[in-house]
Write a protein that binds this ligand. Structure first.
Ligand code: ZN
Ligand code: ZN
Length: 119
């Protein structure tokens, strides 16, 4: 499978949120996003989201989650403090078609720019 490099930037201040690590965003169906509009079954959802895998969390996300003792809360851009997503380790949330439990950390697509680069 050909994987593309993803870059996720804060739409407000343009900061690269994942410091060029090989970040993978997932759809609500646990598939790696292949393009910015790839949202699993959430096409009718007004708030399109992407999900972050737990393997390699950037420090600022780990910090935000630790502050809430791994319960739930909001994710803010580490640079401009704009809200860009949420996390929830308490409730299992399902995708729109109820077939999948979504990953606990999600990024709101409208708050970020997701760029794809071929390796
Ligand atoms: Zn920002
Ligand atoms: Zn679904």
């Amino acid at each position: 499978m050909l994987l593309k490099m993803m870059e996720v930037k804060c739409k407000h201040c343009r900061k690269d949120l994942f410091d060029n690590e090989c970040i993978l965003l997932f759809t609500s169906h646990h598939e790696v996003k292949k393009n910015p509009m790839d949202v699993g079954c959430g096409a009718s959802d007004s708030e399109f989201c992407s999900y972050v895998s737990m393997d390699k969390l950037p420090k600022w996300i780990e910090h935000a989650i630790n502050q809430e003792s791994w319960t739930k809360g909001r994710l803010h851009c580490p640079n401009c403090n704009n809200r860009i997503g949420t996390f929830n380790f308490i409730n299992e949330l399902k995708c729109n078609c109820n077939k999948f439990i979504t990953l606990p950390i999600k990024i709101t697509n409208s708050k970020v720019d997701i760029l794809f680069h071929s390796k």
